[in-house]
Design a protein around this ligand. Structure first.
Ligand code: GTP
Length: 612
């Protein structure tokens, strides 16, 4: 294909606004998929994706299209994930395009995701084509939303396309507009080969499938390539385009999109954002924008049955082959045994991984409450034989991603927590409720904009820890489901944080430790002990449940013993016998304590650790 006839574009949309449905219609319109073979959501590969109705990984599809000017164009649709956790992947996929369709549900209107992705598209310098979807719905308000959309991106509302991806109404016009308005790719004929990796996944038979957009030069089968960030090099084994089934091709030229295999064993070697170049004639500089994936949210994963530990390790190894953005390392908990501390890009990412472990590997798990990673500056270097598992940096700063490993208060000079810039879009009726929630979560307002009379954009700087703790659910419930949220990392801030421990029968239970703001520690501790009192069944002896900061107890409840059985036996008996029995019971109690034997049922753990 001549480069002037190539159009690379993405569809950006909020979850459920109809991205996959529109892609399906495009495949049909370009005659790539015969209606007979058609199944809905053709491009959503994984079973899990299909069931949850979300697109987790980007893919590309090549669609030859004869436009109304009689010319044949090559349209490459690059599919982007829709969720905040994957915004880096979105930004890379967008960098492989020259245009983006901004698809908005005409009944729901814009959501935070829509706007966040719109900003990413504008940053990437793309031509943005606004499209309203679902105009077949009775609740659709296309005129009104066209005005909002138009004023946001400076487009005449009359020019905003209105379609139904479901019925196919208006979809042809979308293809025409792509041909008209999206620029053809640009290339530098003097540059050595450079291709952007915008997605990669693992395939059991072929190794890693790497999706690339060629920027300069060309790729051919048998060519020796090098990945500039990881240094991996090998010969290209297969070069393919997806149209919509994978088809081999003997060349990918500038502007073209396809996938390659090169005996790459794990996705970690072919990372999103990396640049493919020619091994013998390499480019001087990689394409801009590469970033290492950084986990933001951490959680302990423990097998319910300790026998499953080796299986869990295998499962994590295998998941990691296909997901370089997820990390794990073994850890031990006195309460839960052997498990792993895992790092995720965000909450959805965490949910997806634990669901896969459950579904694909059938390993029942206890997942500890999610937390973030703290930077902790220490008072002084511990002298000799440090008793902690951290690597102590030379400057006395450690990173803590497991609350149980937070050093005691007297050793700490400063704790820095990650913060995010969050954007909430809400109907104006709920502005008060959203502000209240954000302020309660230690948010600092950055900005408030009325996008229209009914829709408000609020920007807050918020501690990430406050968001991972049920923020989204609260936001939804306080706005009757109407508000939407998006956020991006915004560095760290110093915060007055403390570790709250939970003691059962005087012993700290590591899995229940949590890091909270000092002002909230008391309420948190109180709520936690009350919850545990409900969850833990009565034992043979009184069990105090306490919350503590360091050695200071801040809340206490008691789970009363089941004593009456013991004394009932000696009703009417003599006092000595009674005392003996009580004595014996006390013995028992001591013994139990010695082995830390408060019986905590597994469900109690799960319930106590889940966010209420
Ligand atoms: P994610 O992959 O989760 O981001 O969702 P998506 O944006 O790909 O949305 P999807 O195409 O899965 O559509 C979401 C739902 O909206 C599905 O139930 C579709 O059938 C429905 N839908 C999509 N387009 C239309 C439309 O034009 N009209 C109507 N009535 N429903 C539509």
């Amino acid at each position: 294909y001549q480069i002037e006839r190539i159009r690379n574009f993405a569809i950006i949309a909020h979850i459920d606004h109809g991205k996959s449905t529109l892609a399906d219609r495009m495949l049909q319109l370009t005659d790539l998929v015969e209606s007979r073979q058609f199944r809905d959501q053709y491009l959503d590969r994984m079973e899990l994706e299909r069931e949850r109705g979300i697109t987790i990984k980007a893919q590309a599809v090549r669609m030859p299209y004869t436009a109304s000017d009689g010319q044949e164009y090559l349209l490459n649709l690059i599919d982007t994930p829709g969720h905040v956790d994957f915004s880096y992947e979105v930004s890379r996929a967008l960098n492989g395009c020259e245009g983006a369709i901004l698809l908005v549900d005409a009944a729901q209107g814009m959501q935070a995701q829509t706007i966040a992705n719109l900003y990413l598209a504008i940053e990437a310098g793309l031509e943005v084509i606004p499209v309203l979807n679902k105009i077949d719905l009775p609740a659709a308000r296309p005129e009104q939303i066209a005005v909002e959309l138009g004023s946001l991106i400076g487009e005449d509302p009359d020019d905003v396309l209105a379609i139904s991806a479901k019925t196919g109404d208006g979809v042809q016009e979308v293809l025409e507009r792509i041909v008209e308005r999206v620029d053809p790719p640009r290339t530098d004929p003097d540059e050595a080969t450079r291709a952007l990796i915008f997605d990669s996944h693992y395939d059991a038979y072929r190794g890693v499938l790497t999706y690339v957009r060629v920027v300069d030069g060309e790729l051919r089968p048998r060519q020796e390539i090098r990945l500039m960030a990881t240094g991996f090099h090998n010969e290209i084994d297969q070069l393919q385009v997806v149209s919509p089934e994978p088809t081999s091709i003997d060349r990918l030229g500038p502007g073209e999109v396809g996938l390659l295999t090169a005996a790459i064993k794990e996705v970690d070697q072919a990372r999103v954002g990396d640049t493919v170049t020619d091994h013998k004639n390499p480019a001087e500089k990689p394409l801009p924008g590469y970033r290492e994936p950084t986990p933001m949210v951490f959680s302990g994963l423990y097998p319910v049955d300790s026998e499953d530990f080796p299986d869990l390790r295998d499962a994590l190894d295998r998941l990691r082959l296909n997901d370089a953005s997820f990390t794990y390392e073994p850890e031990t908990s006195a309460a839960l045994g052997f498990g792993f501390r895992c790092g995720f890009l965000g909450l959805l990412h965490m949910e997806i991984i634990s669901e896969r472990l459950d579904r694909e590997y059938d390993i029942p798990l206890v997942t500890t409450a999610p937390n973030v990673r703290y930077e902790v500056a220490l008072e002084q270097q511990p002298k000799g034989g440090a008793d902690r598992a951290h690597d102590l940096a030379a400057d006395g700063v450690i990173e803590v991603s497991n609350p149980a490993e937070m050093p005691p208060p007297h050793q700490i000079t400063e704790i820095r927590e990650p913060v995010v810039d969050a954007m909430v879009l809400t109907p104006s009726d709920f502005v008060g409720a959203v502000m209240q929630l954000c302020e309660h979560r230690r948010g600092e307002m950055l900005k408030m904009d009325y996008l229209s009379e009914e829709r408000v954009e609020l920007r807050y700087r918020l501690p990430l820890a406050e968001i991972v703790f049920d923020f989204f659910d609260r936001l939804k419930s306080q706005t009757r489901g109407y508000a939407s949220l998006d956020y991006e990392p915004a560095g760290r801030q110093v915060a007055d944080l403390v570790r709250v421990d939970v003691l059962l029968n005087g012993e700290s239970v590591d899995a229940f430790s949590s890091i909270v703001h000092r002002d909230k520690a008391y309420d948190y501790g109180k709520a936690m002990v009350e919850k545990l009192k409900e969850l833990i069944p009565r034992q043979m002896f009184d069990v105090p449940v306490q919350a503590a900061i360091g050695s200071k107890i801040i809340a206490r409840e008691t789970i009363k013993a089941r004593r009456k059985d013991v004394l009932a036996k000696c009703y009417g008996g003599d006092v000595t016998r009674k005392r003996k029995l009580l004595e014996r019971q006390k013995e028992g109690k001591k013994k139990m304590k010695a082995v830390g034997a408060v019986d905590i049922p597994q469900e109690a753990f799960v319930a106590a650790l889940s966010v209420d």
